[in-house]
Design a protein around this ligand. Structure first.
Ligand code: GLY
Ligand code: MN
Length: 408
């Protein structure tokens, strides 16, 4: 990633700040034991540093000038044989384009003066739970709160959301790659899955194919749900034997450079959909295509949700499931879209009005427990200047295409 991309993002952040405001973005913590490291997305978005646990990005504005710093861990020579060398200041500077790179042991002492001159502090505190101990960011906030009584405090996502909900070209490239990798994984399942396999065998196919094509992590725990399991929206046990003639719902996404795909496909484990499975599938597919075709700047997620509800209500009446369209929530109980980006459920309001550069999912479904049928179809859609681009267009979803795969 070119550091000019990162500079452009930080310039937007700087423009959003008032004089006297400071922003602290903490990197992800060093993993415990020998777990794999995954960088904090806000930190990565602004610095481009993938492998710098515990680091802190600091930015503040005074007299209309923006100052930027990164604080990183110092190498301990004896640890290099275990973990490899940590990033050196010159490398951090080269990658991020930030000139002021310091060590973490200088962090707190260097803040005194600027904290006393400031009036507001933004910190990426993350999700909070009253029943859990303070995380590192909140512990830091509590320390400065005790000493600098004049400051007000806010969550940094307030500043990050307007930036991150509009994707730049580099982000679209990374997302597209994550989607492409996910497509290869799904096609490997379409080709190789058989009844009498366990759902986790399909998950293993997915991992094998996606890992060899560049997956860093899963974007989220893959949902491989056969038969009735597909009616549990976030089923992730993936430990059931797949019975003959069932449908299998696969909701998964590769994480590539911290960008998450989020794709759902539902296919028959036999070579063909049954008549009933086909009828339900076609209703979901029709809704999905209609909602995708509505996407353009100016339309709201609320409107997409309303239209989805109406269409699914009518579909459920046609399928003989309900008599009154208003009762559709028994068979469809989630939203049709969420923002997609570094987080699978990315920063962005649930009632956003779409703008060019946003990426959202479109994922209607119908879940009929009493018939062991759960169908969801999900694509990842970029909002363009006056329309949309389906970034996952290449991953088959037509009945004929899926049956063709199954016959092979
Ligand atoms: N892929 C799971 C979800 O969007 O909730
Ligand atoms: Mn989704």
């Amino acid at each position: 990633m070119d550091s000019s991309v990162l500079k452009a993002r930080r310039e937007k952040l700087g423009n959003a700040l008032n004089n006297g405001e400071m922003v602290f973005i903490f990197a992800a913590e060093e993993p415990k034991g020998i777990s794999k490291f995954l960088q904090n997305n806000n930190f990565l978005y602004l610095t481009g540093l993938y492998e710098t646990p515990e680091a802190v990005f600091l930015c503040f504005k005074q007299k209309d000038k923006v100052y930027e710093y990164i604080y990183i861990q110092r190498n301990i020579p004896e640890m290099i044989v275990w973990d490899g060398a940590k990033i050196y200041p010159e490398e951090a500077k080269e990658i991020s384009g930030i000139d002021n790179v310091k060590f973490l042991d200088e962090f707190e002492d260097s803040l005194q003066y600027n904290l006393s001159l400031s009036n507001k502090v933004f910190i990426n505190t993350g999700l909070q739970n009253l029943n859990k101990p303070l995380n590192k960011q909140l512990f830091f906030a509590s320390k400065i709160k005790e000493r600098f009584l004049h400051l007000t405090y806010a969550e940094a996502n307030q500043l990050m959301m307007p930036l991150r909900q509009i994707k730049d070209d580099c982000e679209i490239d990374f997302l597209s790659k994550a989607i492409e990798i996910t497509g290869f994984g799904l096609e490997s399942i379409f080709k190789n899955a058989k009844d009498n396999m366990y759902e986790y065998e399909l998950e293993a196919m997915l991992f094998y194919e996606m890992r060899r094509r560049g997956l860093d992590h899963f974007g989220f725990a893959p949902i491989i749900a056969s038969g009735v399991n597909a009616t549990t929206l976030h089923y992730k046990k993936n430990n059931t034997l797949i019975a003959e003639n069932e449908l299998v719902l696969c909701d998964c996404g590769a994480l590539f450079k911290n960008y998450s795909a989020d794709i759902t496909r539902t296919f028959p484990i036999s070579t063909k959909f049954s008549k009933r499975q086909k009828d339900v599938y076609n209703e979901v597919l029709n809704v999905q295509k209609t909602i995708i075709s509505m996407i353009k700047p100016g339309i709201g997620l609320t409107e997409l949700n309303q239209k989805t509800g109406e269409m699914i209500g009518e579909a459920c009446v046609r399928l003989g499931l309900i008599a009154d369209v208003a009762d559709y929530k028994k068979y469809y109980m989630h939203s049709v879209s969420h923002h997609l980006g570094m987080d699978t459920h990315d920063l962005g309001a649930r009632d956003s009005i779409l703008q060019e550069g946003m990426v959202i999912t479109v994922e209607p479904g119908i879940y009929i427990k009493e018939e062991n049928i759960g169908i969801r179809i999900e694509d990842d859609i970029l909002v363009t200047k006056d329309s949309f681009k389906n970034l996952s267009f290449m991953i088959p979803k037509e009945i004929e295409e899926l049956e063709e795969f199954r016959k092979k």
